[in-house]
Design a protein around this ligand. Structure first.
Ligand code: ATP
Length: 489
């Protein structure tokens, strides 16, 4: 058997559309850039990943509680958080095509090209220059210089006709209420991250959930960013979902908690079924840290577009709580009864993009296999998160087989997402479920219903395509055991 892994992102984009995982938003109107809708299978897959995260973070930790904060927040929140002032991307326009690019990414892409061409030294030099570009004021000028000096051309038009580099704020602004003047003074934003909802509710949760430090608040929700570069499918969207946990700790214990959470979060990805060699942690160099962080690392996955961040783990210090204290005038402190000590907690943040997780899971599970001259596309998803767990098929459309298949469907559907299918050849039905990532298919045939004793059926396993004949009463046991023991290949 020959096995090919995913090489090209377009393959996943096509499969996602064809099988009902992910569609372009408003496609019948030509689509809306970097906004996507999840179809029937995608909705299930996304929900299963979300539920798995929620369970591991809250149910398995008695000191982590949940929160569901609003998307709209008081405008002052974004002043305090630094987003109004500093949540910018440097952008540059190609004057010939009027296409807009992120200036730093143009340089990154140029570096990748140099490496591909074997020009390692040149690439290292440019990388060093990029890493030391000024943080705020100097950044635009520095980036512009790098683009011009390295004669970086526009990727699409090939032109070398650039505007200056300008800062572009990524927050979406909207009118709020009938009395809004539309001025910046009362601008309300669609939240660009879920974290701030946690910080502003820190005191509410502490007062009501009877938690002692260290404790965490977990939240899943939509976030919005007016990304300059909006390519790469659900990797970079303008509306996306985050799963974040802010862990409040005593200052001085922050670095050990940061290390602990980085390692726990990496383990979570492995438990999700992602192959270990496709995962790595990537610490941010000190001079590249965000304004709020003292330590930060990405958990990266090797997507077909290269090693990229799927999750960030940050030591945010007491930056956020102190800022909200200053801007709101409300104390956001903790009193440690035992130590008789009052302090502003430090925060360790774990922040994963659910859509990037969906894309990682799809990319990692994708295989094309040639078996005895026959080919199949299969998603080898962890059964725990597979959208459909079990396909149930009568071999042919005969009452006796259909009745038992429906009975099994009825019995199993309370615990599993099952799918009854009687159309097409059995081979075609298997292939359809392989592409949907369904780990088990149960086929009801005459041998099983007409033999002496208890009815039996065959279970066919997606990953190795082997089959077992099993009495109907043992189905749950066999499936449960296979689900528990599943490992990625
Ligand atoms: P990047 O550098 O790739 O823009 P970021 O460092 O700005 O990401 P964070 O602000 O740390 O990202 O957000 C936490 C997580 O949210 C990221 O690890 C990512 O999974 C997800 N995320 C951020 N921006 C987007 C986006 N535009 N589309 C999808 N997911 C996103």
């Amino acid at each position: 058997m020959s096995v090919t892994e995913l090489e090209n992102l377009d393959t996943i984009v096509s499969l996602a559309k064809a099988r009902g995982f992910i569609y372009q938003s408003s496609e019948i109107y030509g689509g809306l850039g970097a906004v996507y809708d999840y179809g029937p299978l995608g909705t299930e897959l996304k929900r299963n990943i979300r539920d798995h995260w929620w369970k591991v973070m809250t149910q398995y930790h008695d000191n982590i509680v949940g929160l569901d904060a609003s998307i709209f927040m008081h405008p002052k929140v974004w002043e305090a958080s630094g987003h109004v002032e500093g949540f910018n991307d440097p952008m540059i326009d190609d004057k010939q095509s009027n296409k807009r690019y992120r200036a730093d990414m143009l340089v990154e892409e140029h570096i990748a090209k140099l490496r591909k061409d074997g020009k390692e030294e040149e690439a290292d030099e440019l990388q060093e220059l990029l890493d030391t570009t000024g943080k705020r004021e100097g950044l635009c000028k520095d980036l512009h210089k790098l683009i011009i000096e390295n004669e970086i051309r526009a990727p699409e038009s090939g032109a070398f006709d650039w505007t200056d580099v300008r800062q572009f704020n990524l927050m979406f602004k909207t009118q709020f209420g009938a009395t809004s003047s539309g001025d910046d003074d009362d601008a309300v934003y669609l939240r660009p991250e879920t974290a701030q909802g946690i910080f502003v509710n820190f005191k509410n949760v502490m007062d009501t959930a009877r938690q002692k430090i260290p404790f965490g608040i977990a939240q899943v929700g939509k976030a919005f960013r007016n990304e300059v570069v909006a390519r790469q499918f659900v990797f970079r969207m303008r509306e996306f979902e985050q799963m974040e946990m802010q862990y409040f700790v005593e200052p001085g214990t922050d670095e050990e908690n940061y290390e602990k959470w980085l390692s726990k979060r990496l383990d979570w990805h492995k438990e999700l079924g992602i192959r270990e060699h496709k995962l790595r942690t990537h610490p941010h160099p000190e001079d590249k840290l965000a304004h709020y962080a003292v330590s930060a690392a990405d958990i990266q996955y090797e997507y077909p577009i290269g090693w990229q961040e799927v999750e960030g783990v940050h030591n945010r210090t007491d930056f956020d709580l102190s800022q909200h204290h200053e801007y709101s005038g409300k104390k956001l402190e903790y009193y440690d009864q035992k130590k008789q000590k009052r302090y502003t907690p430090y925060v360790i943040e774990t922040s994963i993009g659910l859509d990037r997780a969906v894309m990682m899971v799809l990319c990692d599970a994708y295989r094309e296999e040639e078996v005895d001259g026959d080919s199949r596309t299969v998603l080898k998803l962890n059964p725990k998160i597979a959208p459909t767990k079990i396909g149930i098929f009568p071999l042919i459309k005969k009452d006796k087989l259909q009745d038992l298949a429906h009975k099994i469907e009825h019995d199993l559907r309370e615990d599993y997402n099952v799918l009854y299918d009687e159309s097409g050849s059995i081979g075609k039905r298997y292939r359809r479920q392989d592409e949907a990532g369904t780990p088990f298919c149960i086929t009801v045939d005459f041998d099983g219903v007409e033999s002496e004793g208890e009815d039996t059926v065959t279970i066919r396993y997606r990953d190795d395509m082997t089959q077992d004949r099993v009495p109907v009463s043992r189905l749950r046991e066999v499936i449960g055991e296979k689900m528990r023991s599943w490992k990625p290949e």
